[in-house]
Design a protein around this ligand. Structure first.
Ligand code: IMP
Ligand code: MG
Length: 186
């Protein structure tokens, strides 16, 4: 029988930045920290599609809290690998967030323009608390004065894929976070 394939052939040469075991261990720590801060309260996790879907699925299972989920989808105009700063809302929430504890769950904080837009949009709806968790943070790229309340890993200014993160919709299903050396449009 053939050996199980764990990495799609196109990705085998991509350098691993954060292996799956480190991701899993860090998510346990994030879950514990978030559960401490929201002890005894309920929490609505708002995942930003599509990149945060895998992170939200794992984080939710590391949270010993009364939690529910909702999702939003946004896109920057254009297909470049860099944020254009102009954000378009593709899918809004199903839930009313007034008076609720909301945790925005994002895959990566880069320029910060996407999260700044989303935070403003959600704050206008009067949640009781709005906090942000980002699995990855490219601190050196920030253009908007925004920080996440919880960060998985600070990473250098490299384009990364895997664990939900894509380049032109590919590589989201890689289990490790890998570096894509030369995405066009960089
Ligand atoms: P921001 O608005 O510049 O903070 O961009 C955030 C979004 O850009 C993320 O949700 C990702 O979809 C995308 N992005 C930024 N950096 C990367 C990367 O290194 N790999 C994959 N997607 C990225
Ligand atoms: Mg993307």
């Amino acid at each position: 029988m053939a050996a199980p394939v764990t990495v799609p052939p196109a990705a085998t040469g991509l350098e691993i930045l954060i292996p799956r075991q480190r991701i899993a261990a860090r998510i346990e720590e994030l879950g514990a920290a978030i559960a401490r801060d929201f002890a005894g309260q309920s929490l609505l996790l708002v995942g930003i599609l599509k990149g945060a879907a895998i992170f939200l699925a794992d984080l939710a299972r590391a949270l010993p809290l009364d939690a529910s989920f909702d999702f939003m989808a946004v896109s920057s105009y254009g297909r470049s690998s860099r944020s254009s700063g102009v954000v378009r809302l593709l899918k809004d929430l199903n839930e009313d967030i007034a008076g609720r504890n909301v945790l925005l769950v994002e895959d990566i904080l880069d320029t910060g323009l996407t999260l700044a837009y989303l935070r403003g949009l959600l704050e206008d709806r009067s949640p009781q608390q709005l906090k942000i968790v980002a699995l990855l943070d490219k601190v050196s790229r920030r253009q908007s004065p925004i920080r996440a309340d919880y960060v998985g890993f600070e990473i250098p200014d490299r384009f990364v894929v895997g664990y939900g993160l894509d380049y032109q919709e590919r590589y989201r299903n890689l289990a490790d976070i890998r570096i894509l050396p030369d995405p066009s449009g960089k």
